[in-house]
Design a protein around this ligand. Structure first.
Ligand code: GLC
Length: 506
């Protein structure tokens, strides 16, 4: 099999946040039964693969990123037998399944941590110390918690998420075994959570050299199976550091958070796209294009603000957003991202143009970021609201009478059902875009076209498709060629502001 033909290099990967996708048993929480019943929706959308956030038994202190058992399924989501059925049914439809593996930290409810609590001699798999240092948790507050006998353990995230000690060979053994456990069950890929964090020194807690050896070993495990993929979640300061994780014997791909965080600005976007392409080319890894996920502000809301970049920490939460402008730009951004060479991620609800829900009642917020920041950071619940599927009022066909987070009353027009019936909807833009992307674009390269206006991004793909995105304030004339798809209405071959079009030019 040639490298360039492996499925993940140009795949459109749909991210399922299981708790909020579809509820099959009516308890208000999304589950495997709900997902299985909606697989045809994902197939029709044009997804090549599904990435599921953690589905393991978990006390849900951080939405499942506090994993109590890496070889099981959270009972609220279903059973291992159901997970195996899901994998089989997805494969029937030619959809790949990617799961989330969390190697940096565990759950205080895990057998290993319970053992460590009970017996100070069994603490080497975690970071126990007699004295804490001054590190702060990424979710706010101190990164150390004291146990009854006086020692402290490290948790870069919530106190319920103790960090593993990767200097302990047992931890290595455990995770290689976990990878095999799921690959043996047909899982096609693994998204590696917080992938740069694993090793710590006295002064640093991320991007330390030995972490690369971990992924070299994981790569050997993955390569001992047929065509499996390892995908890194790496928030790093620059693309060069990112590319080091994508060397040919390490991870296959990573999320492009520079693109996700980039403001709606033609110069910044062009810079990020070019930098992404050149740094990924140095290691032969396909770039990826990401507009949103379960940790960040929904694009429709972000692009409607005066500051269109994404910033961690909720700094922009609640700042004014023009919904119409944000929606138009989110459509244009979607077609831009879909036209770029490499892999594409679509976070559930992005295809419905859901806005960030910024007015959730505080007492319903569940993200630990909210409580640990003393309420200054609203957290990530606003992008995790259960999907609206059908009908005129909540729960909009999600399942059960009351979803775990309330849906806005005015999501009637945003249901999948309503949008399928509307040719101009966001959902139909994604459906058409993903279908065309598959037959015309995918993996490869791009060539920038000269343009008289540097606020217009125009490039051609080797398939002969040209993508033109107008980020300037005035309509611009389109080049010659048949228009295949546009994110907004064209008038006399003029491309309006904040609009993207695809044309066949050769
Ligand atoms: C990743 C996940 C995020 C989680 C964190 C800790 O960043 O995407 O949701 O809270 O890791 O596991």
């Amino acid at each position: 099999m040639s490298m360039s033909n492996t499925w993940w290099r140009g795949a459109a990967i749909y991210q399922v946040y299981l708790r909020s996708f579809a509820d099959g048993n009516g308890d208000g929480v999304g589950d495997l039964a709900g997902l299985r019943s909606r697989l045809p929706y994902l197939k029709d959308l044009g997804a090549d693969a599904i990435w599921l956030n953690p589905w393991y038994p978990s006390p849900m202190a951080d939405g499942g990123y506090d994993v109590a058992d890496y070889r099981g399924i959270e009972p609220v989501f279903g059973t291992l037998a159901e997970a195996e059925k899901l994998i089989a049914e997805a494969h029937e439809l030619d959809l790949k399944i990617i799961i989330d593996v969390v190697p940096n930290h565990s759950s205080t409810a895990s057998a290993w941590f319970q053992e460590a609590l009970a017996d100070p001699a069994a603490r080497d798999r975690f970071w126990f110390r007699d004295e804490p240092n001054d590190w702060q948790s990424i979710f706010g507050g101190p990164a150390w918690t004291q146990v009854p006998d006086g020692q402290w353990y490290l948790h870069l995230f919530a106190p319920e998420q103790p960090d593993f000690n990767w200097d302990n060979p047992e931890v290595h053994q455990e995770f290689e075994d976990v990878l095999r456990f799921w690959f043996d069950r047909g899982v096609d890929g693994v998204r590696v959570d917080s992938a740069a964090l694993l090793y710590k020194s006295d002064t640093a807690w991320q991007d330390l050299d030995p972490v690369h050896d971990v992924y070299r070993h994981w790569r050997r495990v993955a390569d001992s199976y047929d065509d499996r993929v390892l995908i890194g979640e790496l928030w790093l300061p620059d693309q060069e550091s990112l590319a080091r994780y994508l060397r040919p014997d390490e991870l296959h791909t990573a999320f492009n958070f520079d693109f996700l965080s980039c403001p709606w600005d033609p110069h910044e976007l062009r810079r990020v796209i070019d930098l992404t392409l050149t740094t990924h080319a140095t290691v032969g890894a396909p770039p990826t294009w990401v507009l949103s996920n379960h940790d960040v502000t929904r694009p429709v809301t972000r692009y409607g603000r005066a500051d269109t970049g994404f910033a961690h920490g909720g700094a922009l939460h609640g700042t004014p957003s023009d919904p119409e402008l944000g929606y138009r730009r989110a459509r244009a951004a979607a077609l831009l991202a879909m036209a770029l060479p490499g892999g594409l991620y679509v976070y559930q609800g992005e295809e419905l143009g859901l806005p960030e829900v910024e007015d959730l009642p505080d007492e319903l917020r569940q993200d630990p970021m909210y409580a640990r920041s003393g309420g200054t950071n609203p957290g990530r619940d606003g992008c995790r609201v259960p999907l609206p599927w059908s009908g005129d009022e909540p729960p909009f066909g999600f399942g059960g009478p009351s979803p775990w987070l309330p849906q806005p009353e005015n999501w009637r027009k945003l249901t999948a059902e309503a949008q399928l019936a509307d040719l101009d909807s966001m959902l139909n833009l994604y459906r058409t875009g993903l279908r065309l992307r598959r037959s015309l674009l995918g993996d490869g390269t791009l060539h920038w076209l000269p343009s008289g206006d540097d606020r217009v991004l125009a490039f051609t793909r080797e398939s002969g498709v040209t993508c033109v995105a107008n980020l300037g304030p005035e309509p611009v004339p389109l080049p010659d060629g048949e228009v295949l798809l546009a994110s907004g209405r064209l008038e006399d071959r003029l491309l309006p502001p904040d609009t993207t079009a695809w044309l066949r030019t050769t």
